[in-house]
Design a protein around this ligand. Structure first.
Ligand SMILES: *[C@@H]1O[C@H](CO)[C@@H](O)[C@H](O)[C@H]1NC(C)=O
Ligand SMILES: *[C@@H]1O[C@H](CO)[C@@H](O)[C@H](O)[C@H]1NC(C)=O
Ligand SMILES: *[C@@H]1O[C@H](CO)[C@@H](O)[C@H](O)[C@H]1NC(C)=O
Ligand SMILES: *[C@@H]1O[C@H](CO)[C@@H](O)[C@H](O)[C@H]1NC(C)=O
Ligand SMILES: *[C@@H]1O[C@H](CO)[C@@H](O)[C@H](O)[C@H]1NC(C)=O
Length: 581
C-alpha cells in the first residue's frame, strides 16, 4: 500500500488519533473530489490520501474527475498578490467543515493548526526545519479533459508549506487572464523523506486569474532538474548550470505510469531551491523572460534574463549564484542586431542636437579627454555592479581613458515589491511601475548621502566637480537625479537611463541647479513607462532658473526597460560634449 503500517502505528502511538488524521490536502469547494469520503471507493481515496504506485487514471486528479466542483466555484488567483489556501489533514479542520464527515474539528485557540489533536508527524513533518515545500500549478485550459500532465506550470511555491493551515501562495504579477471558462489548477506536495513513506499529493481545482494586466503567455513548462546543494546526500555545492530555468512542470513521481522524475525514495524531488523552485511567486515562467535558455548541464552557462530590470529579474536566479559564469546584460554591442536603426522619434522634443546620425563607430578623437574626470554609475534594483562594468567595458569606457568610472554597489535591503526579500537596492520600492507618491524616506536619504560622500571623495582627490558625472539605470537613475538636483556641488551632468523622479523628493528641489541632463527612455518600457520620463523632464524644465537648452529627452522606439547600442552612442556623445566644455 501507499504508506507503511509502521508509520500509522507511529502516528497512532503519538496522538491516539482516529481516522480523521494523517497526511494533508488542499481544501476548497473549487476542487475535484471536495466531498469524496473513505466510503466512495474500495480504497481510501479521500483528497488527503497520498498517491503512490498508481495507474495514471488512479493518480491523475486523484481519480476524482467524476466528482467535479459545482459550477461557479473557482479559487481566485489575484495577479501580483497572495492567494490564501487552506491545507489540512481533514476537511473538518478547514472553513469547509460543514460538509465533512466528522464536523468541525478546528482548534479554536490555534486556527492555523493543520491537523488538530495530532502531532506534526501526522502530516509528515518532524518540525519547521523539516519542510520541503508545496506548490500550485496552472494550465491555461478550461476543459479539464484537455489537460495533460505536461500542461501544468508551477506558478507559486511556499517552501514552509504544510506548516500552517492558512498558506499564502504569491501569484506572479504578470499572470495573463484565463480562458472564458477559467483555468485548471492543482496543488502538489512531496514531503520530507525523514517523515514517513515517500508519496505524492495532487488536488486539482478550478481557478481564475483576477486583476491581470498582462497578455504574455506562460512558456512551455520543462521538467525541473536537481541543482541545489544537498548536504544529506553529500552535495555541498549548488550547481546552477544544472537547474531548469523558466516554466517548470510539477513532479510526477513514484507512480506506475507517466512519471517525469525518477529519484530514489530517500532523496525525493522537492518544491524548493534544490530544484530551482524559489520561495514565492515564480516570476520567470513567461514567454520571452529569458533571451535564451542554454541546455542545462553541470557546466552549462546560465540563461540571460531579457529585461535588465524587469520586476522578475529581482528573483531571477541569474543574479544569485556567485562564481559561476557571469550573466551578461542583453545589450552587449556585439549582437547580430547591431545594424538596427532607431528612427529619430525624439526629433520633435530635441532642443539641442549632436551627432544625430550615428555611425556606430565613435570618433577616435574622443579618447583625447584633457582633464581628469569621473563618472559614477548607479545600477538598478536587484542588480550587480559588475554586470554594468562589463557591459560598459566594451562599449563605452574604452573611449574615455582619462575618465575614472566608479560602479558603487547597493547593499542588500528588504524590498517590499519582492515580498520583503533581500535584494541589492538603493531604497525600498513597492511596485513597478512605482507609484509616483511612494517614497522610502530613510532609504533615499541614506543613499543620497552615500553618493554625496562619493562625490566629495572625488573632489578631495582633486577632480573638478564640473567634471564629475552621475549616471544611473532605473532605480539608480532615480537616485542619480535626486542627488544631482539637490547637491550643493556644481556637477558636470547627469544621465538618467529609464529613470523617474519620486514626487515626494521634488519638494526638496527649489530651483534648477542648471545641470546638463540627458534622459534616455524606451517607448516600450513597462517597468518605468515613458510618461514618467516626460513628466520628470517637464518638472525640471519648469523649475525657477531652468535652462531648457541643457536638458534633453531621448526616446528610443521599441526599446523596453533596458538600453541599446544607439543609447550607448548617445551617452558617449553627451559625455564627450560635456567633457569638452
Ligand atoms: C459537497 O457537499 C455539500 C454538502 O452536502 C454540498 O452542499 C456541496 O454542493 C457538495 N459539493 C460538491 C462539489 O459536490
Ligand atoms: C507561506 O505561507 C505562510 C503562511 O501563510 C506565509 O506567512 C508566507 O509568507 C508564505 N510564503 C511565501 C513565500 O509566500
Ligand atoms: C475570471 O476573472 C476575470 C477577471 O476578474 C473575469 O472577468 C472572468 O469572468 C472570470 N472567469 C470566470 C470563469 O469566472
Ligand atoms: C543534474 O540534474 C539531473 C536531473 O535532475 C540530476 O539527476 C543530476 O544529479 C544533477 N547533477 C548535478 C551535478 O547536480
Ligand atoms: C562593485 O562593488 C564592490 C563592493 O560591493 C566593489 O568591491 C567592486 O570594486 C565594485 N566593482 C566595480 C567594477 O566597481
Amino acid at each position: 500500500m501507499y504508506t507503511s503500517t509502521t508509520l500509522f502505528a507511529f502516528i497512532g502511538a503519538l496522538a491516539g488519533i482516529g481516522s480523521v488524521s494523517g497526511h494533508s490536502a488542499f481544501f476548497h469547494p473549487s476542487m475535484w473530489g471536495f466531498n469524496v469520503t473513505d466510503k466512495d471507493y474500495p480504497y481510501d481515496n479521500r483528497p488527503v490520501a497520498p498517491l503512490r504506485d498508481y495507474t495514471f487514471q488512479q493518480w491523475w486528479f486523484h481519480n476524482h474527475l467524476d466528482h467535479p466542483p459545482n459550477p461557479g466555484d473557482f479559487f481566485e488567483l489575484p495577479a501580483g498578490k497572495p492567494a490564501t489556501a487552506e491545507i489540512a489533514c481533514n476537511k473538518g479542520a478547514t472553513s469547509f467543515f460543514a460538509s465533512s464527515e466528522g464536523g468541525d474539528i478546528r482548534e479554536p485557540n490555534n486556527p492555523n493548526n493543520v491537523c488538530p489533536n495530532s502531532e506534526s508527524i501526522a502530516y509528515h513533518t518532524h518540525g519547521i526545519d523539516d519542510l520541503e515545500g508545496c506548490a500550485l500549478a496552472i494550465a491555461y485550459k478550461d476543459d479539464v479533459n484537455q489537460v495533460q500532465p505536461e500542461d501544468f506550470t508551477i506558478f507559486s511555491v511556499n517552501q514552509t508549506c504544510v506548516w500552517t493551515r492558512f498558506t499564502d501562495f504569491s501569484v506572479p504579477a504578470a499572470m495573463p487572464p484565463c480562458p472564458a471558462g477559467g483555468c485548471i489548477c492543482s496543488f502538489f506536495w512531496i514531503h520530507s523523506p525523514k517523515a514517513g513513506g515517500e508519496e505524492n499529493y495532487m488536488n486539482g481545482f478550478r481557478c481564475n486569474v483576477t486583476g491581470s494586466t498582462s497578455t504574455v503567455p506562460l512558456a512551455k513548462p520543462q521538467v525541473a532538474r536537481r541543482c541545489g546543494s544537498d548536504p544529506e546526500n553529500g552535495k555541498l555545492q549548488d550547481v546552477p548550470g544544472n537547474c531548469t530555468y523558466g516554466a517548470k512542470q510539477p513532479f510526477y513521481w513514484l507512480q506506475a505510469e507517466r512519471n517525469n522524475v525518477f529519484e530514489g525514495e530517500h532523496s525525493p524531488p522537492v518544491y524548493n531551491d534544490r530544484y530551482n523552485f524559489l520561495d514565492g511567486a515564480q516570476t520567470d515562467i513567461f514567454e520571452g523572460f529569458y533571451d535564451s535558455i542554454p541546455e542545462p548541464a553541470p557546466n552549462a552557462p546560465l540563461p540571460v534574463a531579457k529585461q535588465v530590470n524587469s520586476p522578475s529579474t529581482e528573483t531571477s536566479p541569474t543574479a544569485s549564484p556567485s562564481g559561476s559564469s557571469s550573466p551578461q546584460p542583453t545589450f552587449l554591442p556585439s549582437k547580430a542586431c547591431k545594424p538596427k536603426k532607431f528612427p529619430s522619434s525624439s526629433a520633435g522634443l530635441q532642443r539641442r542636437s549632436f551627432e544625430e546620425e550615428s555611425t556606430g563607430v565613435l570618433p577616435r578623437s574622443w579618447t583625447a579627454g584633457r582633464h581628469k574626470a569621473t563618472v559614477i554609475f548607479l545600477h538598478g534594483l536587484g542588480q550587480v555592479n559588475a554586470t554594468w562594468q562589463m557591459a560598459f567595458s566594451k562599449a563605452l569606457t574604452p573611449y574615455f581613458p582619462n575618465v575614472q568610472w566608479i560602479f558603487p554597489q547597493a547593499s542588500e535591503k528588504r524590498v517590499s515589491m519582492n515580498q520583503g526579500m533581500l535584494r541589492p537596492s538603493w531604497f525600498d520600492i513597492w511596485q513597478l511601475p512605482p507609484h509616483p507618491e511612494e517614497y522610502d524616506e530613510r532609504g533615499i536619504t541614506e543613499s543620497v548621502s552615500a553618493i554625496e560622500d562619493l562625490i566629495l571623495s572625488q573632489i578631495h582627490l582633486g577632480v573638478d566637480p564640473r567634471r564629475i558625472f552621475l549616471m544611473g539605470f532605473s532605480q539608480g537613475a532615480a537616485l542619480a537625479l535626486m542627488v544631482s538636483l539637490t547637491t550643493l556641488n556644481e556637477l558636470g551632468g547627469v544621465i538618467s537611463l529609464s529613470g523617474w523622479l519620486p514626487n515626494a523628493y521634488r519638494r526638496h528641489i527649489t530651483a534648477s541647479p542648471s545641470i546638463p541632463i540627458l534622459w534616455c527612455h524606451g517607448t516600450d518600457d513597462k517597468e518605468i513607462p515613458l510618461p514618467y520620463g516626460r513628466n520628470a523632464m517637464q518638472f525640471i524644465d519648469s523649475l525657477p532658473g531652468a535652462d531648457a537648452s541643457k536638458t534633453e529627452l531621448k526616446i528610443y522606439r521599441g526599446l523596453q526597460h533596458t538600453i541599446n547600442d544607439r543609447e550607448l552612442e548617445d551617452i558617449a556623445a553627451f559625455l564627450h560634449l560635456q567633457l569638452q566644455s
